[in-house]
Structure formats: C-alpha cells, structure tokens
Design a protein around this ligand. Structure first.
Ligand code: MOS
Length: 695
C-alpha cells in the first residue's frame, strides 16, 4: 500500500475548532439560530407495557402559547414502520416505560413542558417483563451478533480439555446496564418545508453521521435521501448513542410536519435520555479456561447472556474478542439473548469488546493466580502466531510490546505484591494489569472532494467531529496529501450536502474519511499537477483494501492500575493508571491522547460507578440523572497517562493509522478489578464494584 508521507500528520497540532469551542462560537445542534422557532416537549409512557385507551389534552390545549399537540391517535403517518424503535405514534401500543406517546409544540420551551405535563393518558395495563436474570428459560440464539459476526464458534474439544487440565478457571462475570451520557444530550431542530425553497426536511442534529441519519430517515418519511439535509458542524460527544437516528428524530420530524415552515426545537432532557438514548445491555458471562501447569491455554469457553428488546433486536457481541485474543487448541464462544419490554440496547463505546474484555481479562488474571505465573508472562505465553479465527498473519500485533513497555514505565517488576493494609496507612495498595484490543476497520463509501481556489484548497467530506478532533486530523491529512501547509486547507464537514461519508463509529472515522481524502488528493495531483489552475477539482472514494482480506488488522494495548482501598470505608481510589497502545500511526498526538485517556476514564467509570439500576416491578430505570448515575471525572484518577508506541500499519490504510476512539476503554475495567484484587485479596467479578463487595 502506498503510504502517505507524514509531515504535519503526527504532530500534536492544536484543535482548529478549539477557540470557537471555548469561546462559545461553535454552534451545537440546539443552538443554531433559526427564524421563528417552536419548541417540543414529549409525553412519555408511565407504564412498561399495555395500550393507550384515551388521551385528554384539553387542559394542555388551553395553555398559552401551545401551537399543536400530537398523540398516538392523530400523529402523521410514517411511510415505513419496519424499525420497531423508530415507528412511534403509529398505534396505541406501549412497549416500554418512557416510550414516546405524544408531544406538545409551543412558542416557548416552558409552555411546551407545562402543557405536556397536563396531558392525561389512560391505559389498559398489561403485565410487563424487564427482569434480566440468568435463570430464565427464554434465552435464544440470534442469527448474528452486532457487527455481523457469527453467534457461536467452536473449535477443538473444549469439554475434554477442561476435564483433564491441571489448571482451570470456571467463573461467571457480570457487567451492568450502562447509559450513554455524552455532555450534549440528543438534540434536533427539524424544519419541514415540502414546497421549498430547499429540501423537504432540514435537521440540525447532534449525530455521529449526517449521511447515515439522512439515509435511515428518508424511507421512514417516504422521502428520497436528497429531500433531507442534515447539519452537524459540532457535536458534544456520542459514544455510539448518536451513531444512528433514534425515536427523538422521528418525533421532532412528525411535529415539524404539523407546523410546516416553522422550525421545531427538541432537546431530550438528561432524565429522558435514560429511556430514549442508546444504552449498553447488561451481560452475564460464563468463562471457563483450561491450562497446563505452565499456563498454556488448552481450552477457552466464553458464553454470554445479554438483554435485547422486543421492539428491536440488538446482540452485544461480548465473546467476539475471545475468538482472536489468545492461542488455544480448543475454543467455544456463544451469545444468547432475552427480549424484554425495554428500550432497544445499542452501541456504547466499543460494544462487545468492553464488557467481553472485562470478563476475559479478569479470568486471565485468575488463571495467572492459579498457575502461580505473573499475569504479563501468562499473556505472553499465550500469544497466537497467527489470528486463531481467520488463520491470517497479524498486521502489527504488538500486545507483548505494549505489556513490556507498560511494565517498564509503570514499575511493574518492583511492585509490592502482598495484599493488605500498608503499615502507617489506612489504605491497601494493589496493582493490576489487563490487555486491550480493538479491530482496525476502514468502512467503504466515503467520498472526498478537493477544489483549488487560488492558493487555498477546499476539502469537502460529509463526516462529523463528535469532539474527537476530526476537524484537525482531517486537515492534517489533507495538508500532507496535497503537500501544502496546514493553513492552506479549508475543511468542510458536518453537512449532508457535502459528499457522502460513513458514520463516526467503530473507530473507523479517520481511517475511512482520511483514506478518501488521500485518494482525492492523489487524483487531484494526477489530473492537475502541482500548479493547478483556480477552480481545479477532483474527488475520490475510500479505496477498497485488499490487505484487509489477507491480514488480521487489530489494535492492541495494555492497562496498568494502582488502586488504593480504604480499610474502614472500602472506598476505592485509582491512584495511578497507565495505558500503552499500538494503534498504527498517530495522526495527532494531542487529540489521540485525549481520546485514549477519555476511554480509560470511561473504563474506570465502568469499574467503579456506572450502573443503570432497573426496577422490574415498574419496568423503569431508577437512576436517571447524573446525581444517581455516577461518571468518573478528572479527580477520580490522580495520575493518568496514555502512551502510543511508535507504530505504522502498512496494511490498514494509506495513513498507516488504526483508530483511537474505542480501544482506551477496552480492558480498562478489568485492570481496575485486578488491582482491587491485588490490594484486598477479594476477587470481584461484577462491575461496577460496590464498596460492600469489599467488606
Ligand atoms: Mo462507537 S460505540 O462505534 O460510536
């Protein structure tokens, strides 16, 4: 593969959008100044299953400033109701608590909210079932799991190996339900204008993909994609929850159809997000490991139970990383779902890898213990020469380098391995390690367009920046691809009027869009040379990558944690955390480090705090704000750093990069749990770890 010659790629260039963001000039979806706006407040179901029998909107209608009201009985019709999550207000059925049953559109947000509160809904209540438990009899095997992976895999005789092995681990691990809480909630402004001017539907949306929103919503409203324009210049985080449009996009558009020509503004509240944004399904994972006395694995079995929704299937692919992570002659992985009366689970930062590698990397720590082998050495002994699943050679599997570099920097060899209170202190100190991995994918289908405007280049691609640094990184790639200074590039992103681009998800953004930019720059130079005439243009699509069929493309990493546990309160503090990663070429050292430490912090959050507590009696999530749902922040980790090995992946894409968005969280929670074990002698197999687990 012809690699890009890096010049500004690899430098820690400052965020080009940084000044606008800190001065408030950057416009997020809700903040766009639109003429004559209206405001939407939704009506949510207060039961988990049943049917709406009557809606009394009389008092709501009388509120000053109310423009229109939508209910399940009179909302505009959708053209396509095949997506159970998006097909809202088309019938009176209630599928989960918190489902949209209507909305008020008013001249002010206050009037909309007041009126929505006055709407009385009567129900025929039916029994609901939201109880995710291991002992249920109705788990089923989905056809595939998230990402299109096979549901089950089997090789070798796992049971025989488990029966005869001198060393085994056989445990159940669990991860909690978690809700995506980007700093900017899900917000949309919708303008419906069938007679023009402009598109039929314009959305200012907080999304990870303007083109994916357009493509998904077009059939729902019986439109062509070209009839919809989606605009998102700045997005305050997504973590997967904004990877696809959700029901709020449909609700605000239905409302906009009732007030054509007037924009409708809708910001989902933080509390409503616990029913209406995407969430990570809880998992129960049975892992069995068999090894010889030297710690060489002879069998690995990883069976996942997780939750889906009756309205829409989602299968968290938690056992998928176990298929490629370590060498073993026998291996079994499986996924089983139970469909409940709940909102549909969806993507949350590294779906699959995050819960799966928590369980698998704690299990490896347990195996190290039963074998009496250092946990780093155990992992090194089980390195596979080629990808166990595909048989392909690795493209830069550098797990051992990450473990060794991290051990050196962290002082692993010199750590105190005895559990318990340190003399002269109230704290037990422990150290944990865990591995990380994430696939390095490039999505097909993005197009970049370059135009020379007489000493400047306009670079256009309909990608988005969800806070990760796309504005800066793509500008760096364009500058190197065109051989010009950074400030000679005018990048345009965040608008579906720009050429098509894939979603900012699966850590594929920069790889996919950057490849299109490099291809377009090469096409530009081939056509116009180095002294182009003003107005010269070229465009190109992300090229296919034949190497992706020949090599196993994954990023790797290692987390190191020093945990302190208080002897009286059992409070857990992460004193030190270090991540070392091999993720191919680092496009921007500043934004990549920020992504990685952000992912690691989210992993600490998973280990110690994040937990959406359901109440099966009422079928709702009890912890539905940030006072009850805790998220780790700066102060929760005293010393935190992420280091990237000097690395270039020549088989991944022309940039040599592998993606940085998700790997930071993968394995991080396991490193914390392993450190807590080291500090206290107590093995906790369920996250988040509660203080009473350590009594
Ligand atoms: Mo990520 S969960 O693919 O946005």
């Amino acid at each position: 593969m012809a690699l890009l010659e890096p010049r500004v790629v690899g430098t820690p260039a400052e965020r080009l959008d940084g000044h606008d963001k800190v001065t408030g000039a950057a416009r997020y979806a809700f903040e766009h100044a639109v003429p004559d706006p209206t405001y939407l407040h939704p009506v949510l179901s207060s039961i988990a299953r049943g049917k709406v029998t009557a809606v009394d909107a009389g008092d709501a209608q009388a509120v000053d400033g109310v423009v229109t009201i939508l209910t399940v009985f009179d909302a505009p019709r959708l053209a396509d109701t095949s997506d159970g999550e998006l097909a809202i207000l088309q019938d009176p059925e209630v599928h989960f608590r918190g489902q949209f049953l209507g909305a008020v559109v008013a001249e002010s947000p206050e009037a909309a909210r007041q009126a929505a509160d006055l709407i009385r809904v009567e129900y025929e209540v039916r029994d609901h079932d939201t109880d995710f438990r291991a002992d249920r009899s109705d788990f089923y095997a989905p056809e595939t799991v998230n990402g299109g992976f096979p549901t089950d895999t089997r090789s070798g005789d796992v049971e025989a190996a488990l029966t005869t092995a001198p060393r085994t681990v056989d445990q159940v691990y669990s991860t909690a339900m978690e809700h995506n809480n980007p700093m900017e909630p899900h917000t949309t402004i919708a303008l419906w204008r069938p007679g023009g001017p402009g598109p039929v539907l314009t959305l200012h949306d907080s999304t990870q993909g303007v083109h994916s929103v357009r493509k998904t919503l077009a059939p729902v409203f019986g439109l062509e994609p070209e009839d919809i324009r989606v605009i998102a210049p700045h997005v305050g985080g997504g973590f997967g929850s904004k990877g696809l449009p959700h029901a709020h996009n449909v609700l605000v558009t239905l409302a906009a159809q009732k007030v054509p020509g007037r924009p409708v503004k809708f910001a989902v509240t933080r509390q409503q997000m616990f029913a209406l944004s995407a969430y990570r399904a809880p998992t129960l994972q049975h892992i069995r490991l068999a090894a010889d006395t030297d710690g060489h694995l002879t069998a690995v079995s990883h069976e996942v139970l997780t939750q889906s929704a009756k309205i829409k299937e989602f299968a968290e692919q938690a056992a998928v990383p176990t298929r490629m992570m370590y060498s073993s002659p026998a291996r079994y992985t499986s996924h089983r779902l139970v469909a409940l009366d709940v909102p549909a689970p969806s993507w949350m930062r590294a779906p699959g890898e995050t819960p799966g590698m928590f369980a698998a990397e704690v299990a490896m720590d347990e195996l190290a213990e039963v074998c009496g082998i250092d946990p780093i050495e155990l992992r090194i002994r089980n390195e596979p020469a080629t990808d166990p699943e595909s048989g392909h050679p690795w493209s830069g599997r550098r797990l051992v380098d990450c473990l060794r570099e991290g051990a050196e920097r962290f002082g692993w060899a010199d750590r105190d391995t005895k559990a318990g209170i340190r003399s002269g202190s109230d704290w037990s100190v422990g150290y944990g390690v865990a591995a990380a991995t994430y696939p390095a994918n490039t999505s097909p289908g993005s197009v970049a367009r370059i135009r020379y405007e007489g000493d400047r280049y306009r670079v256009q691609i309909g990608s988005v920046d969800i806070g990760t640094g796309t504005w800066t990184a793509l500008t760096q790639i364009a500058a190197d691809a065109l051989g010009c200074p950074l400030d000679a590039i005018d990048l345009e992103i965040g608008d579906s009027d720009l050429p098509s681009a894939t979603v900012a998800g699966g850590s594929t953004g920069i790889s996919s869009w950057g490849s299109a930019v490099v291809a377009a720059a090469r096409a530009f130079r081939d056509t116009h040379g180095t002294t182009p005439h003003p107005g010269a243009e070229a465009s190109a699509e992300t090229p296919g990558n034949p190497d992706a069929e020949k090599f196993a493309l994954h990023s790797f990493g290692a987390h190191f944690v020093e945990a302190h546990v208080h002897r009286d309160t059992c409070e857990i503090r992460v004193e030190r955390m270090l991540g070392v990663f091999a993720i191919g070429r680092v496009v921007n050292a500043r934004t990549v480090r920020s992504q990685l430490i952000g992912g690691m912090t989210m992993g600490v959050s998973m280990a110690l705090h994040e937990e959406s507590v359901g109440d099966p009696r009422f079928g709702h999530i009890v912890s539905h704000d940030l006072a009850g749902y805790h998220i780790a922040a700066h102060a929760d980790i005293r010393y935190l750093d992420a280091v990237c090995l000097a690395d270039v992946d020549e088989h991944a894409n022309p940039i040599g990069s592998k993606g940085a968005g998700e790997i930071g969280i993968v394995g991080a929670a396991a490193a914390v749990a392993n450190a807590v074990r080291s500090a206290t002698g107590i093995r906790v197999r369920a996250v988040p770890i509660h203080l009473d687990d350590l009594l």
